[in-house]
Ligand binder design. Structure first.
Ligand SMILES: O=C(O)CCC(=O)C(=O)O
Length: 346
C-alpha cells in the first residue's frame, strides 16, 4: 500500500499524463537512465535498455572482451540472450539447495503467526500467510521470502545465476522481489516492464527457478521468443509501466491483446518451458511471458521467481513506500523488499 502522503500527491497527477510524466521523471530521477534517454538512438526502445540491447552491440562486446569483462565461453549465451530475450541454464542449482529451501519455507509457513505475505489475483492487498488464504485464492504466491529465508537467498544468489545477471546488467544485481509458486500462475502473457516498475524501466531481469520437474498441463511458463525487440507499447502516451489509476482497465486489456497481435503479425508461436528440477530461465524485462492454463488439477508447479535491477537503479516502491527503501545483505547479495519488515512491526 502506498503511503497516504504520496497517494494524495499522486492523485493530483493521475488525470494529466504530461504532468505525471514531469513529476515522475523528477521524483524518480536516475542518472544512468537519464543518459540512456539522452542517447535514445543507442537502444531499440525509447526507454533505454541493457548494454546487450544496444545497436552498437558488436563494438560494446569487443571492448568488454578486451577489458576481460566477458569471457569467450559466454559468447554463445550472450548472442542467444540478445536475439531471443531469454537464457536457459540447465541443472544450474543443486537439488539439495532446493530441498533445503522447500523445508525452510514449510517451517516459515507453520510459524504462528507466519511472517510471510501472500499476494494473488483475487486478493485486494497482500495478506499474511495462512493455509486458508493461500489455498482459497487464485494464483497465490508467497512474496519476498528471501527476507526471512537464508536458503531462498542461497538459491536466488546462486553464482550460476548471478554470474549471468552481472554480465547482462553490467553491474551487481539487486534483488527487489520474489514470488514463490506452488501451482501455475495462469497469468496472462505480459511484459514485466508494465508491473515490475523501476526508475530505469528496462534495466532489470527476471529469473525462474524450477523447484521440481515441470509437467505439461500444470500451468507451465510460456513466452514469445524475440518479443523483447517488439516496439514499445505506451500507457497513457508516455509510459512503459502500467498504473491502474492513471491508465484504467481498458488500456490494460488493449495491451494484453496487442501482445498476441504482435506475435500473430510475426507468425511467432508461443514457446513453453518444461524444465527439470534445478533448471533456470533468465528473461529480459520486455520478454512477453505468462503462465499457461492449468489442465492437470492434481499437479503442482513449484517455482521461485526473482526480479533484480542493476545497482544504482531502484524499484518504484522505494518512492511510493519510502519506509521500504532500505537495502539488506552484503556485497554481491543485496536485496530490498516492498513488504518486509512490515511497518506495523517496527
Ligand atoms: O511463473 C509464472 O507463471 C509467471 C511468472 C511471471 O510472470 C513473473 O514473475 O513475471
Amino acid at each position: 500500500m502506498m503511503s497516504p502522503g504520496v497517494a494524495k500527491v499522486k492523485r493530483l497527477f493521475d488525470s494529466s499524463p504530461l504532468l505525471y510524466r514531469t513529476a515522475f521523471g523528477l521524483a524518480t530521477f536516475n542518472l544512468d537512465y537519464c543518459e540512456q534517454r539522452l542517447h535514445r538512438g543507442r537502444y531499440p526502445s525509447r526507454f533505454g535498455g541493457l548494454w546487450t540491447d544496444r545497436v552498437d552491440f558488436e563494438d560494446q562486446l569487443r571492448r568488454r572482451l578486451n577489458r576481460g569483462e566477458v569471457a569467450e565461453d559466454q559468447l554463445r549465451s550472450l548472442s542467444s540472450w540478445r536475439e531471443q530475450g531469454f537464457l536457459k541454464l540447465d541443472n544450474a542449482v543443486d537439488h539439495r539447495l532446493i530441498d533445503d529451501y522447500l523445508d525452510e519455507l514449510e517451517t516459515l509457513k507453520a510459524r504462528s503467526p507466519s511472517p510471510l505475505y501472500v499476494t494473488s489475483s483475487t486478493l485486494e492487498a497482500p495478506a499474511p500467510f495462512s493455509a486458508e488464504v493461500f489455498a482459497g485464492n487464485s494464483s497465490s504466491r508467497i512474496v519476498d521470502d528471501y527476507f526471512y529465508s537464508e536458503s531462498a537467498r542461497r538459491l536466488l544468489f546462486h553464482p550460476s545465476i548471478t554470474d549471468y545477471l552481472s554480465l547482462f546488467l553490467a553491474s551487481e544485481p539487486v534483488l527487489t522481489q520474489s514470488l514463490s509458486f506452488e501451482t501455475g500462475s495462469e497469468q496472462a502473457v505480459h511484459q514485466d516492464t508494465a508491473f515490475v516498475r523501476m526508475n530505469a524501466p528496462m534495466k532489470f531481469i527476471g529469473v525462474w527457478i524450477a523447484l521440481e520437474d515441470i509437467q505439461p498441463g500444470t500451468g507451465e511458463l510460456v513466452y514469445y521468443p524475440g518479443s523483447h525487440l517488439w516496439p514499445d507499447f505506451l500507457f497513457s502516451r508516455y509510459f512503459k509501466h502500467y498504473d491502474s489509476d492513471r491508465d484504467g482497465e481498458a488500456q490494460l486489456h488493449n495491451w494484453l491483446a496487442w501482445i498476441h497481435e504482435q506475435a500473430r503479425e510475426r507468425s511467432q508461436p508461443l514457446s513453453s518451458f518444461f524444465p527439470k528440477k534445478g533448471d533456470v530461465l533468465l528473461w529480459h524485462p520486455a520478454l512477453a511471458h505468462g503462465g499457461a492454463p492449468i489442465n492437470n488439477d492434481s499437479g503442482t508447479r513449484r517455482s521461485l521467481v526473482g526480479h533484480y535491477c542493476a545497482k544504482g537503479a531502484r524499484p518504484l516502491y522505494h518512492y511510493y513506500k519510502p519506509a521500504q527503501r532500505k537495502g539488506y545483505g552484503r556485497q554481491g547479495c543485496t536485496y530490498t523488499s516492498a513488504y518486509y519488515p512490515p511497518v506495523s512491526a517496527r
